[in-house]
Design a protein. Structure first.
Length: 163
């Protein structure tokens, strides 16, 4: 009985390793033992391997490219521009200005002025602490970006995405 359980566990581990080695990044692979590999009465083993990858893309012609510095929570900056290509994106690079990350945060609300749809992205606080982030966008029209932050310098680029 012990040899059968050990064989089932080794089979699951082998499936997980093969899924991790042959799968592409950005997908989730689930290895579940088959009926032939599980002995009646033995506990079923399931392994899940998940990899996520933030989208990356190259930027072309710029709609907006500026650096902003936020020294206090009251600092707010607003920019407006018009997007003429449905394949565009936003790239932010954050530089914390304090050694303690709990004081450093950035939030950006992107609003399409034609339809009122808005999306919010950020760094720190309730957002990820990823210093370089890219966000693919898909709708043309006039946009407003409202940015707020504390103890950070942020480089913001909104531009067409290159193929």
């Amino acid at each position: 009985m012990q040899h059968t359980v050990l064989a089932a566990i080794l089979l699951v581990i082998a499936c997980v390793m093969m899924a991790g080695c042959s799968g592409s990044q950005g997908t989730a692979a689930t290895a579940t033992p088959t009926a032939a590999s599980v002995t009646p009465g033995a506990p079923a083993a399931t392994a899940v391997v998940t990899t996520t990858q933030q989208p990356t893309f190259a930027l072309g012609d710029h709609y907006l490219q500026k650096s902003y510095s936020f020294q206090s929570e009251k600092d707010v900056r607003t920019e407006q521009f018009r997007v003429d290509n449905p394949s565009w994106g936003i790239d932010i690079v954050v530089l914390p200005l304090n050694d303690d990350p709990q004081y450093c945060w950035f939030e950006m609300t992107v609003t399409n002025m034609d339809n009122g749809q808005n999306d919010t992205y950020g760094y720190g606080r309730s957002y990820v602490y990823e210093k370089h982030q890219q966000f693919p966008m898909y709708v043309t029209g006039p946009y407003t970006i409202e940015m707020k932050g504390n103890r950070v310098k942020v480089d913001v680029t909104a531009a067409k995405r290159n193929p």
